[in-house]
Design a protein around this ligand. Structure first.
Ligand SMILES: Cc1cc2nc3c(=O)[nH]c(=O)nc-3n(C[C@H](O)[C@H](O)[C@H](O)COP(=O)(O)O)c2cc1C
Length: 341
């Protein structure tokens, strides 16, 4: 940071209060959405310590015991501060029963903050409600956000088509989705998809959102449990280096545009219409073993959106959060100066 920037830099307040920071007991309205294979205890705890909220991805753990150990580890690393668990209910149906068990384990271990995604959490709602847990349901269509509100969730995250991961069949970008949703929602709203700069956070809060959800921009954080070769590939990727595939199967997946994704796109263009036809190319286990663990970043389906263009170095998560906060404050003070003039 040069001297001129330092002189102009507005102070970063300790807290930025919104309905979601109040609900979750956090200082800044920044959520690190659950990231399959990557949102482990260390990464989630780093986000909690930085003043936001993170979610352990329950699906990433092979056994219930591994999951329980991860929760213990996260509790130790956050020094007992609350953290969240992501329960992704697959549209393909696989492994969804295990999510009920993982929810019960998380509750036994004292977790009270959950991010649900994929299918609506209809069957989990009574369990959440009996336990007095906070549920934030993530979806990509305004109508699904309204259904979730009617179902009794505490907040929704709405993502746009630029989200890294599974943005669903929705074709609207994040800010358009958000503006439409705000006409119909009375519960707190987090907006996500394509956010990687602090001025976008200021814009989302100005729009009326209560928080932002991010993923891609945090993938190369120092704490992320992935090979350095993967992180180097990520920081070398610009905003045009991702692509959405499998839309014709009703299962849009936005990923890094690597060799594997191009093979998937070629098969899809040739008419493949069932997940089975893509075989190992879309296997999560293979992605974990080859890309995240061994660093073979041209293998596997690496969820990623264009916000990756803002990830330019492998640095501790707290440094990314600090950059986002400083940029957010700069954008905010520009706004204030405009109004004051
Ligand atoms: C590597 C990666 C893995 C993800 N895995 C999941 C997941 O398992 N469950 C889920 O609900 N969302 C998942 N997401 C979506 C994120 O939670 C978040 O909604 C998204 O990253 C926000 O959009 P952005 O990537 O444009 O910032 C993943 C995203 C990434 C980048």
């Amino acid at each position: 940071m040069n001297a001129r920037f330092t002189a102009l830099a507005p102070t970063i307040p300790e807290r930025w209060p919104t309905r979601l920071t109040e609900l979750l007991g956090i200082r800044w309205p920044l959520l690190l959405g659950g990231m399959m294979w990557l949102s482990d205890a260390r990464l989630v705890a780093a986000m909690v310590r930085a003043g936001g909220m993170g979610f352990i991805t329950a699906r990433s753990l092979r056994t219930d015991e591994d999951f329980r150990q991860t929760l213990h580890e996260c509790r130790r690393l956050t020094k007992e501060q609350p953290f969240g668990v992501n329960l992704t209910l697959s549209r393909r149906g696989s492994g969804n029963e295990a999510m009920t068990t993982r929810l019960k384990i998380a509750l036994q271990e004292g977790v009270r903050i959950f991010e649900t995604a994929g299918l609506p959490p209809t069957e989990l709602m009574p369990i959440f409600q009996n336990a007095g847990a906070i549920v934030i349901h993530k979806c990509a269509h305004v109508r699904h956000a309204v259904s979730a509100q009617n179902m009794g969730v505490d907040a929704v995250t709405l993502v746009g088509m630029e989200e890294g991961g599974h943005p669903g069949s929705n074709q609207l970008p994040t800010f358009l989705n958000g503006a439409f949703a705000l006409e119909q929602l009375h519960i707190p709203l987090a907006l996500g998809g394509g956010i990687g700069h602090g001025r976008q956070i200021a814009a989302a809060l100005a729009l009326g959102a209560d928080a932002v959800v991010m993923g891609s921009v945090f993938t190369p954080a120092l704490e992320t449990p992935a090979h350095d070769a993967y992180k180097q590939r990520v920081i070398a990727t610009d905003a045009h280096g991702t692509r959405a595939v499998l839309g014709s199967l009703g299962d849009t997946w936005r990923v890094l545009d690597n060799e594997n994704a191009r093979k998937v796109a070629t098969l899809e263009e040739a008419g493949a219409r069932t997940h089975a036809e893509f075989g190992q190319l879309i296997s999560g286990e293979r992605t974990q073993a080859l890309a995240y663990q061994a660093g073979q970043h041209e293998e596997g389906m690496l969820s990623m959106g264009p916000a990756v263009g803002f990830a330019r170095a492998v640095v501790p998560l707290a440094e990314i959060v600090h950059r986002l906060q400083a940029e957010c404050m700069q954008a905010t003070s520009r706004f204030q100066r405009m109004l004051a003039s």
